[in-house]
Design a protein around this ligand. Structure first.
Ligand code: ZN
Length: 351
């Protein structure tokens, strides 16, 4: 086969390839021209060795040209067939706009977490820093340092879950699930010097049968302020501001004498009912009382201050504590505290 014949072969191949109807036809052309065993160009290459040496370079170049042209033609046709197939496919596809989308389930904060953050946020506006403390506590911080020594009758108020001491059951250092967030008052005062303004939200434990308003695991918030010249008026002002931010700007607040071993004087605070404002004897929120008990509070007992090395003639403080669930129940209208902890997504999703 001479040089011109090779060119004619490439022309023929290019025409045939450009007309290939599908991939099978294209593959047949590839085998016919480039196939290693019987392809036309393989035959031509074999002939190269039998030529007189001076003719070999020109012939070799002609074989190479023909090969390149055929390869390019194959590539071009292959791309064209692929594009055509894609266009056909796209042309047949139809968007079904009536198909309902898959539901996206967004997670969100639990109502108790939402309430704790709300409490922290409000006290932050009053200058209180949020801190956290241990849920497993020494008897010392939970009771003794708060003026409740062993045998003190006030211990009856807190049904305690005692924990066997992993450090060897040393009976002189009992540990427990903290029954309130108040131990953090002592821990904070031991660590810092006044002025102190902290709020401590957290989980507490009590050995208690559960019912609609009691759980053995529950959340409290605790507040503590220590400074020079703090009075009961500062306590009242702080809790007024808090109550009004939580339950509305026209809330009234009631202080009644109460008793806690670690505050003196001590008080119980109640808000006037935001649902009926004391006008509905059958109110489902206040039970017709007109007031909603919300928290305990008082001025920090001088003995508690002395125990952490503060001079009670120079520093005074106030403390308060209430239930997170109580606020969440009042705000959401939840009829039963247990609903918060049953993890029923149908209930929790409402918040
Ligand atoms: Zn009411």
């Amino acid at each position: 086969m001479a040089g011109q014949d090779l060119k004619a072969l490439a022309d023929r191949a290019a025409t045939e390839i450009a007309a290939a109807a599908d991939e099978a036809a294209l593959e047949a052309s590839r085998v016919r021209y480039l196939g290693r065993k019987e392809g036309a160009l393989s035959e031509a290459t074999k002939k190269l060795a039998s030529l007189p040496p001076p003719e070999r370079p020109a012939y070799g170049a002609a074989v190479n040209d023909a090969k390149i042209r055929i390869e390019k033609a194959l590539e071009a046709r292959e791309a064209a067939l692929r594009d055509a197939a894609l266009a056909r496919e796209l042309g047949q596809e139809r968007e079904d706009l009536s198909l309902p989308p898959r539901r996206v389930r967004l997670g969100r904060l639990h109502p108790i977490s939402q309430t704790m953050r709300e409490v922290s946020r409000i006290f932050a506006t009053l200058g209180f820093e949020t801190v956290e403390g241990p849920e497993i506590e020494w008897d010392y911080y939970n009771f003794e340092a708060l003026n409740i020594p062993p045998g003190h009758p006030a211990r009856e108020k807190w049904q305690t879950l005692w924990i066997s001491n992993p450090l060897g059951d040393d009976p002189s250092r009992p540990i427990l699930g903290r029954t309130h967030t108040s131990p953090m008052q002592v821990r904070i005062m031991e660590e810092r010097r006044p002025p102190i303004r902290v709020v401590i939200p957290g989980r507490c434990y009590r050995y208690e049968a559960t019912d609609a308003i009691r759980e053995s695991i529950f959340f409290q918030y605790e507040g503590l302020a220590i400074d020079e010249k703090l009075t009961m008026a500062d306590l009242k002002g702080t809790l007024y501001a808090f109550a009004r931010q939580v339950f509305g700007s026209d809330r009234k607040i009631r202080f009644r004498v109460d008793y806690f071993p670690f505050t003196e004087p001590s008080a119980e605070i109640a808000f006037d009912c935001f649902a009926c404002e004391g006008k509905d004897p059958n109110c489902h929120v206040c039970g017709g009382d007109g007031w909603i008990e919300a928290a305990g509070c008082g001025m920090v007992h001088p003995d508690v201050l002395r125990r952490v090395g503060y001079d009670p003639t120079r520093y005074q403080g106030f403390a308060f504590g209430g239930g997170i669930e109580r606020i969440a129940m009042l705000k959401t209208g939840a009829p039963d505290i247990r609903l918060f902890y049953q993890n029923d997504i149908r209930y929790l999703e409402q918040f």
